[in-house]
Design a protein around this ligand. Structure first.
Ligand SMILES: Nc1ncnc2c1ncn2[C@@H]1O[C@H](COP(=O)(O)OP(=O)(O)OP(=O)(O)O)[C@@H](O)[C@H]1O
Ligand SMILES: [Mg+2]
Length: 451
């Protein structure tokens, strides 16, 4: 088990000699090291794990290290850019962001050790006394409050829990909350079924005996046994091969497992929480999820609605993410009212994770202490979730605007047949022509004015 106070460091560089030297010093300073040789690898590593420190070379085979700033949660990760060109130092300084630090190659070992020591000191600080929502789940919407109640109720029971929701809604956070609410003394062990090669998954889950297959040099305890007395979180359950789903079902029903290559059944007391961002019914229909497993594991379903369906959570979460950044960097940045409105109106296809990234980005790019426009303007009106038969109307649009968009959308829907559009809208055909003429005149006015 990794030590909570051992800094985790990500080294992103394709210069093997440099990586070896930097990793050696960091290990000697008591850090855990992960290495990535490209932007793509770094993004994958960052998805799987939160790092305390990321050392990123500016010139990577597939792009600039600066592009990683967006993929990274700067409220917990310290970003340090590495460059071989001292002139870049001044360019990076000119960004005037508290977020980035920099190191020049060849490394000054003293400065590097100091950086590692600062990271170690930072993570050893006690967590802020103020708790950000129950179990770290912030929000004020009725939906979120209901979910918190469900977590408290189901937590202490033995029921399996299936968390459903789009990507980035907070499924893993909910799984952890269920574990906290369970009072179970064992560990929370998470496995992403979609991230492990299918042929390795069985031995990762159930463990294996020595010599059970080529390369199995020693007995290995699987996640089931590691989670004994605790909670096993099966993320992306529908990515698990169906023959393994059958083994999983048997483990749930008999409360015991058998290691790969083993002959005895081992009793395990493990609470299962699974998550999926697909509809379980669709997954059953597509043959990706066994129906019998679904009924067993979906004993207690928790459905996390997308962020756009609980807009009351948006300001709370945005303020929370911004406050963490202010605390971390000693700044006092704030959203203007217009900025908050903009955040509330956006449709958040990437849910809370996207909101966090938008806040991080706005924080980095802010000119002063007031953040005015966190989202690039065109996105806000982007009718992301519109179909030919629906219209997205944002709070704050004028009646004129709504009427105009409704008219054009309806006309398009009826392929410009004004009689059918009129009848659908409950007005006369004459009204449609009047409106169109009025819009045309207004547009001509606008064009004349801007010319
Ligand atoms: N209610 C919340 N309060 C605070 N932070 C939240 C909340 N919901 C989500 N987050 C944060 O948003 C990010 C995404 O959440 P999480 O990883 O739990 O989503 P997920 O549903 O598991 O996504 P994916 O399907 O992509 O795995 C995390 O950083 C998480 O801490
Ligand atoms: Mg997840």
């Amino acid at each position: 088990m990794p030590d909570a106070f051992q800094p985790s460091v990500l080294l992103v560089d394709d210069d093997v000699g440099f990586v070896r030297a930097a990793a050696q010093i960091a290990r000697a300073a008591g850090c855990r090291i992960t290495v990535a040789g490209s932007l793509a690898q770094a993004r994958a590593r960052m998805r799987d794990c939160d790092f305390d420190l990321a050392l990123i070379d500016l010139a990577l085979p597939d792009g600039s290290g600066l592009d990683l700033v967006d993929s990274c949660d700067i409220s917990s990760t310290q970003l340090v850019l590495i460059t071989g060109h001292p002139s870049v130092e001044s360019a990076v300084r000119a960004l005037k962001t508290p977020v980035l630090d920099y190191l020049i190659k060849p490394l000054d070992p003293e400065r590097y050790r100091q950086l590692l020591a600062d990271t170690a000191a930072r993570i050893a600080l006690p967590p802020p006394a103020q708790v950000d929502g129950v179990h770290g789940l912030a929000g004020e919407s009725a939906a979120l409050r209901s979910i918190l109640t469900q977590i408290e109720r189901v937590g202490p029971t033995d029921a399996s829990v299936l968390v459903q929701g789009e990507s980035g809604v907070g499924k893993e956070l909910v799984a952890r909350a269920v574990h906290e609410a369970s009072g179970r003394s064992g560990d929370f062990v998470a496995i992403n079924c979609g991230a492990v090669a299918p042929e390795l998954l069985a031995s990762q889950l159930f463990g294996h005996e020595r010599g059970s297959f080529t390369g199995a040099a020693a007995r290995h305890l699987g996640y089931f046994e590691q989670a004994r007395g605790g909670t096993l979180f099966l993320d992306e359950l529908t990515e698990m091969p169906t023959h393994l789903q059958a083994h999983l079902l048997r483990a749930l029903e008999t409360h015991s497992i058998r290691r790969v290559g083993g002959t005895e059944d081992i009793v395990t007391d493990v609470r299962i929480v699974a998550a999926t961002n697909r509809s379980p019914h669709q997954a059953i229909h597509d043959g990706r999820l066994r129906e019998d497993l679904f009924y067993r594991i979906g004993e207690f379903p928790i459905v996390l609605p997308p962020l756009r369906e609980r807009p009351d959570d948006i300001p709370v979460l945005a303020s929370l993410f911004l406050r963490r950044l202010n605390e971390r960097y000693g700044t006092q940045r704030a959203f203007s009212n217009a900025a908050m409105d903009q955040l509330r109106r956006y449709s958040w296809p990437g849910n809370v994770r996207e909101l966090r990234n938008v806040v991080n980005r706005a924080f980095i790019l802010a000119d002063g202490d007031v953040i005015e426009q966190p989202i690039d303007a065109p996105q806000v009106t982007d009718p992301l979730h519109e179909t030919p038969g629906t219209l997205t109307i944002a709070v704050g649009m004028t009646f004129d605007d709504i009427e105009r968009r409704m008219l054009f959308k309806t006309l398009r829907f009826f392929e410009n047949d004004k009689a059918r559009a009129a009848s659908a809208l409950g007005v006369s055909v004459k009204t449609i022509y009047n409106r169109l003429a009025r819009y045309q005149a207004a547009d001509a006015d606008d064009a004349a004015r801007s010319a």
